[in-house]
Ligand binder design. Structure first.
Ligand code: C2E
Ligand code: MG
Ligand code: MG
Ligand code: MG
Length: 285
C-alpha cells in the first residue's frame, strides 16, 4: 500500500515537473515573437532619498503580458532569455524605452531635480561587444545626459570578473553613467575587491532589510548594515536599500546612514505616469 501511494506521489511530482518543463519550453520558443509583437512592458519603481523623502528616480522592471498566461514577472522569463541570447535585444529594448522615459519625465518635471532611471543589465549583455556603442547611441537619440542613467549589475555577475568584463563597465562609468552593484550581500565577493570595480552605488539586498521589519530590529542585521554603510561611504559609494516595506524599516535605515530606498512602503512598481505624479507631490510639498 505504502509503496503504491509513494508511487502515485512520484507520478504527481513527475507530472508537475513535466508541466513546468513544457511551460518553460513554450515560453522559450515564444520569446522572440513576443518581442516583435510588443508583449513586453516596463514598470517603474520609485527610488526615494532617505534624507528628505523626495523621489529621485526609478528602477525599470520588465514584464511580459503573455496572451495565455497573463502578466509574467522577470524571474519567469529572464533566465530563459539569457539562455537563448534573446536577452541582448530584449535588454537593448528595455534600455531604449527607459532612457526615453527618463527624458520624458525630465521634460515634464519642474520639481526638486532631474529624475533618473536605473536599468538592470544581465551578464550576457556585459560580454556583448555592442554594449557601449548601443548605450551611447540610445542616450544620444533620446537626448538624455549619461548621469541620468544608472546601470545595475548583480554582485554575482562581477564575482571574479576579469579585465575584459570590466572594460565596458569602466568605459560606461567614464562617460558619467553610474554603475550599481545589485543584490549586494548575497554573493561571496571579497569586500576589498570593491575598489577594483567601477561602481558608484551598492544596492543592499532585500534580505538585510527583512531583519528590520520587526521592532526592535535584529541587532545582528543592524550591525551588518551599519558596517556595510560605513565601508561603502569610506569608498565614496552611495547605498541604496531594496525591499523597504514599513515606515519603521525606513526610519531605521535612515538612521544607519543609507542614502536611498526602494520598496512597497513607498510604491510598488507601476506605470511611468505614476512616477511623475509621485515626484510632483514632492515638488509641491
Ligand atoms: P532586482 O533588480 O533586485 O529588482 C528588485 C525586485 O524586488 C523587483 O522584482 C521588485 O518588484 C521587488 N521589490 C521591490 N520592492 C519590494 C518590496 O518592498 N518587497 C518585496 N518583497 N519585493 C520588492 P521583480 O520586478 O520581480 O524583478 C526581479 C528581478 O528580475 C530583478 O531584481 C532583476 O534582477 C530582474 N529584472 C527585472 N527587469 C529586468 C531587465 O530589464 N533586465 C534584466 N536583465 N533583469 C531584469
Ligand atoms: Mg535591480
Ligand atoms: Mg536588486
Ligand atoms: Mg534583488
Amino acid at each position: 500500500r505504502a509503496k503504491s501511494a509513494g508511487g502515485n506521489r512520484y507520478e504527481v511530482a513527475d507530472a508537475e515537473a513535466d508541466a513546468r518543463a513544457i511551460t518553460r519550453h513554450g515560453l522559450t520558443t515564444a520569446l522572440p515573437a513576443a518581442l516583435d509583437r510588443g508583449e513586453f512592458f516596463i514598470e517603474y519603481q520609485p527610488l526615494v532619498h532617505l534624507g528628505d523623502g523626495t523621489v529621485r528616480g526609478a528602477e525599470a522592471l520588465v514584464r511580459w503580458l503573455h496572451p495565455q498566461h497573463g502578466v509574467l514577472g522577470p524571474d519567469r522569463f529572464i533566465p530563459l532569455a539569457e539562455r537563448t541570447g534573446l536577452i541582448v535585444p530584449l535588454g537593448r529594448w528595455v534600455l531604449e524605452q527607459s532612457v526615453r522615459q527618463a527624458r520624458a519625465w525630465q521634460q515634464r518635471h519642474g520639481g526638486t531635480g532631474p529624475l533618473r532611471v536605473n536599468v538592470n543589465l544581465s551578464p550576457c549583455q556585459l560580454t556583448h561587444p555592442g554594449l557601449v556603442q548601443d548605450t551611447v547611441e540610445i542616450l544620444e537619440r533620446a537626448g538624455l545626459e549619461p548621469d541620468a542613467l544608472c546601470l545595475e549589475v548583480t554582485e554575482s555577475a562581477l564575482i571574479g570578473a576579469d579585465d575584459d568584463l570590466l572594460k565596458p563597465l569602466r568605459r560606461l562609468a567614464e562617460m558619467g553613467i553610474d554603475i550599481a552593484l545589485d543584490d549586494f550581500g548575497t554573493g561571496y565577493s571579497n569586500l576589498a575587491n570593491l575598489r577594483r570595480l567601477p561602481v558608484r552605488v551598492l544596492k543592499l539586498d532585500r534580505s538585510f532589510t527583512q531583519g528590520m521589519q520587526q521592532f526592535p530590529a535584529d541587532p545582528v542585521d543592524l550591525k551588518i548594515v551599519e558596517g556595510i554603510v560605513s565601508l561603502a561611504h569610506s569608498l565614496d559609494l552611495a547605498v541604496t536599500v531594496e525591499g523597504v516595506e514599513t515606515g519603521a524599516q525606513a526610519e531605521q535605515l535612515r538612521i544607519l546612514g543609507c542614502d536611498t530606498a526602494q520598496g512597497w512602503y513607498y510604491a510598488r512598481p507601476g506605470p511611468p505616469e505614476r512616477l511623475h505624479e509621485l515626484a510632483l507631490v514632492d515638488a509641491t510639498g
